[in-house]
Ligand binder design. Structure first.
Ligand code: UT7
Length: 333
């Protein structure tokens, strides 16, 4: 096992809206069934915003993580928010969370790597921490997929939910840490939600610029489920294997793998490929659905709170999604 400069997770937090939508609720709005959704995805219910904005979910998760770390807000040296469903183009979600936390003038940035956002953010945080001038990073993953889900499209609307989860990270010398991050932009069109358009009085061309991307109705999320499924079942094990290889450990030495919660079948296929039993895979998709970048820290939160993951455990966060992006990081909790 290779030891290097890594991160210590000193605080965790989570917040989800009160409102829930179970599979039976979807039977009333689209042609679907609890049986189909359960068998094809493993999802039973999800939390859905009842008007609370994305930043607010993130703020509540961040407040819990800061309290859990036993620090003051002024101790945070950097806020990284990860979201593909922000409330504004500007200000960033990170700035809105900072405003809510108060007593902070640290740098605050958003990143958007869709469902891989948390893994990318942890790795970015570790690189800032390794430089030494920043002592603590607050990573907040906050998502409201309900904002751009088309609730008339049964192939996507049943998949997604809203959630936020946060961690406080500090530098940890001489510890287990490795990461593998990747992106494959050639698959960009397989998972897309278009930005909002405004009228431009100077524009002379009526026709759309051909971006070789889907042109969804409004800004709804479009997914080619089969293509993303194929990608995900390869990307997940590849990312875990590569991150483990860099740390000179084998996947079976991990105590837990916390994968993006997109579909229980993807996770089962990946576990088989990795030669891991499903006991190693952390799952909470049945209660939350797919919450994009919030899904990994949300599953991690439940696993820590239930005692499934303990201090000192070797864990692997692994994400995949829009971009297409994917990646994993291996660390000691
Ligand atoms: O978070 C980002 C990453 N995202 C993912 O990883 C998602 C990857 N993709 C998937 O998880 C799966 O492809 C889905 C869950 C989206 C779909 O499952 P599937 O087993 O690939 O179903 P399918 O698209 O092949 O559709 C099978 C059938 C179709 O009917 P026909 O053409 O066979 O008659 C669909 O129209 O199931 C139908 N179908 C539904 N039936 C009932 C699609 N959605 C539904 C639904 N209820 N909600």
């Amino acid at each position: 096992m290779i030891r290097s400069v890594g991160v210590k997770i000193t605080g965790i937090g989570r917040y989800v809206p009160q409102l829930t939508a179970a599979n039976a609720d979807y039977e009333r709005i689209v042609d679907t069934s609890d049986e189909w959704i359960t068998q094809r995805t493993g999802i039973k219910t999800r939390h859905i915003s009842d008007g609370e904005p994305t930043y607010y979910l993130g703020l509540r998760a961040a407040q819990e993580a800061v309290a859990d770390a036993g620090i003051e807000v002024s101790d945070i040296g950097l806020i990284i928010a990860t979201t593909c469903t922000p409330d504004y183009y500007t200000p960033s979600t990170a700035c809105l969370i900072q405003r809510g936390l108060g007593d902070s003038d640290c740098p605050a940035i958003d990143i958007n790597c869709a469902c891989s956002g948390f893994v990318y953010a942890v790795d970015m945080a570790r690189r800032y921490l390794a430089c030494g001038d920043i002592k603590r990073v607050l990573v907040v993953a906050a998502e409201e997929l309900s904002k751009f889900v088309d609730y008339t499209d049964r192939s996507t609307c049943i998949l997604f939910g809203d959630a936020a989860a946060a961690v406080v990270l500090e530098k940890s010398d001489d510890t287990l840490y490795s990461s593998f991050l990747a992106a494959d932009g050639s698959g960009a069109r397989f998972l897309a939600a278009r930005a909002l358009l405004t009228e431009n009085p100077f524009r002379q061309h009526d026709s759309e610029f051909d971006m070789d991307m889907p042109v969804p109705n409004k800004h709804y999320l479009l997914q080619d489920g089969k293509e993303v499924y194929k990608f995900a079942t390869k990307a997940l094990p590849k990312a875990v294997e590569n991150a483990c290889k860099k740390a000179d450990i084998t996947p079976d030495e991990l105590d837990a793998v916390i994968p993006h919660q997109a579909n229980v079948r993807i996770i089962e296929t990946a576990a088989k490929h990795l030669g891991l039993s499903m006991d190693k895979m952390i799952l909470n998709i049945s209660d939350y659905g797919n919450t994009s970048s919030a899904s990994i820290p949300n599953a991690f939160y439940d696993a820590v709170k239930s005692g499934r993951i303990k201090r000192g455990d070797k864990v692997c966060f692994v994400g995949f999604g829009g971009g297409l992006t994917y990646g994993a990081c291996v660390l000691e909790f």
